[in-house]
Design a protein around this ligand. Sequence first.
Ligand code: ZN
Length: 236
Amino acid sequence: MQRDSFSCENYLVFSIYLLPMHLYNIHTHKIESAKENGYDIKCILNTYPGDFEQKKQMYPGIWFSCGIHPWFSDGSDELFTLLKKNVEDPDVVAIGEAGLDKLRGPDIAKQTVIFRKQAELAIEVQKPVIIHCVKAWDEMIALYKEYKGAVPWIIHGYRGNPEQTKQLCKAGFKFSLGEHFNRESVKHIPLNSVFCETDTSDVTICKVYENISAEIGLSLNRFATLAAENIKNTFR
Ligand SMILES: [Zn+2]
């Protein structure tokens, strides 16, 4: 594929002649500015059951995800009841981050119980799941197959190697890439399964789009158009 690099700065020059385009940031813990180099930025702000209401007051009109992080899978019914209430809100467009982490948090059996409850809730409300997964890929793939991919599962902060990527693509997962990603793996991800994020990093979402589009050999605008299409098809 021909590499066609079109930087954020170039876009600024041309943007006066074009309608503003959206760059979607599907997983962030902080709100960025609404405009970046001429692009309109649309974020999905990550929240936890306990801070959703406060964040919603602070940032009216934006999109949210809400979930119980595997590190905090303490099994409290109270937390889950709160989550259930929050995800009914139309501004909550995804459940998560939720998942499995073998390096941190309670034991994997405990994490799995909480993750399953969230996976089932996602099917009930028909919203995608934003996945946090560390060293628990076999378990994650088995769970996805068990739930028959009833709603999209998007692995956030994905950095896996090409082999793992091929396996996850075959199973039907989607991917959100951020500041750090495996350059070889990107080529194996179908273009209808890729999203961008900043998570907790200080990098701008524009820079993330620029890096990924350069890696797959598309112009920034072409890639942004595809990513926007993915948003439309995944988050209703
Ligand atoms: Zn995060």
